[in-house]
Design a protein. Sequence first.
Length: 249
Amino acid sequence: MNSDEWIVEAEGLVKRFGDFVAVDHISFRVRRGEIFGFLGPNGAGKSTAIRILCGLLRPSEGKALVAGIDVIVDPETVRNNIGYMSQKFSLYNDLTVEENIDFFSGIYGVPDSLRKQRKEYVLKMAGIEGQRSAMTRDLSAGWKQRLALGCAILHDPLIVILDEPTSGVDPIARRTFWDLIYLLSESGHTVFVSTHYMEEAEYCHRLALMYRGKIIALGEPSALKTAAGKASMEDVFVTLIESEERRLS
């Protein structure tokens, strides 16, 4: 594969907080239009790695390129090329759905001539057209989740980075949200998503399994299951963790 087909590249990324190593020499690549997953338990280092890719956190060692831009050299340009959604749904509860969209259109620098078009697009894409006048604080977690995703893609970013986006929502809302992720991928966006829900690993084109700051496996879900001789990603992950623990003991 030619290098220009890789839209995210990380090599030897390390992040230390004092003596604690949150991200431990991880390397991976993400293809254009791919749904790439970071799978692992809480505390595995997923969110720290994502903040590095977003240009929000400087790595202690290593290198990362996002859309060909070095996250250390030019983090501001990196942020202009991504849409970032955290598990806390960075919304303003005292604004309506439409007012949140208008606010984030300004934050992301959407040109005035495109704001109405982009607003209608995200309302339709997220299936929240009938909620435009609702106060955000009154929305269910599932509706807030859709709104947060819509706000994150108002500027039509090349890459959408979702950090534990389905945490705290019910299974039906999670499945609906993944339908939206597939729509983004089909429209040419690259989607980078972290999760601790094992069943969501099956929805990714490829994924990295993280544990204690390291990537302990990387590949397509089907290939990882075949290599481990397991029927589910949960069984694969448990097997790999047990193997890693034996190695460390």
